[in-house]
Design a binder for this molecule. Structure first.
Ligand code: 4NP
Length: 156
């Protein structure tokens, strides 16, 4: 199983989702590959935003080692499930889908915790520290739910 987390810049939300998921699959000794990407390449090659790194570190999740990269169409071949942070990221990824099978891989990550509500992980980039902490809690719960679904063979 291979999971890709996607946001806009791949420096705030998706690196945290990536780091949280990697920590959980490693803690549970699961053979799952996790990565993240952004729909834009404007921060490609950069480490995650310092504020996101700090928040993640305060909760015991190291993400400083991650590097931003742009989502590419080949990611549809490399990953089984693609979780986007908001509806705009989802639309951007779906625009690159070549087949129905590609499209079926793409989900809003908060569908895991709030099914059918179309809920989004807010972009914390232009806000204060509270926004980063809110993102942490939303993604901690969502990745717990993903882990549960993997264990119950419910993630496809
Ligand atoms: P992310 O946040 O999509 O969660 O990584 C953003 C990071 C950078 C920008 C926007 C959102 N930006 O416009 O540079």
């Amino acid at each position: 199983m291979k999971i890709l987390m996607v946001c806009l810049g791949n420096i705030c939300r998706s690196p945290l989702a990536d780091g949280l998921m990697q920590k959980k699959v490693s803690d549970h000794k699961l053979d799952i590959r996790v990565d993240s990407a952004g729909t834009t390449g404007i921060h490609a090659g950069e480490a995650p935003d310092a504020r996101m790194c700090q928040t993640a570190k305060s909760f015991g999740v190291p993400i400083d080692q991650l590097k931003s990269r742009k989502f590419v169409v080949e990611d549809f071949d490399l990953f089984d499930v693609i979780f986007t942070m908001d509806k705009s990221n989802k639309a951007n990824v779906l625009q690159l889908a070549r087949t129905e099978a590609d499209k079926n891989k793409v989900h809003l990550i908060l569908d895991m915790t709030y099914p059918n509500e179309n809920k989004e992980v807010p972009d914390p980039y232009y806000g204060g520290e509270d926004g980063f902490i809110e993102v942490y809690h939303l993604l901690d719960a969502a990745t717990d739910s993903i882990l549960e679904k993997i264990k119950n063979n419910e993630l496809n």
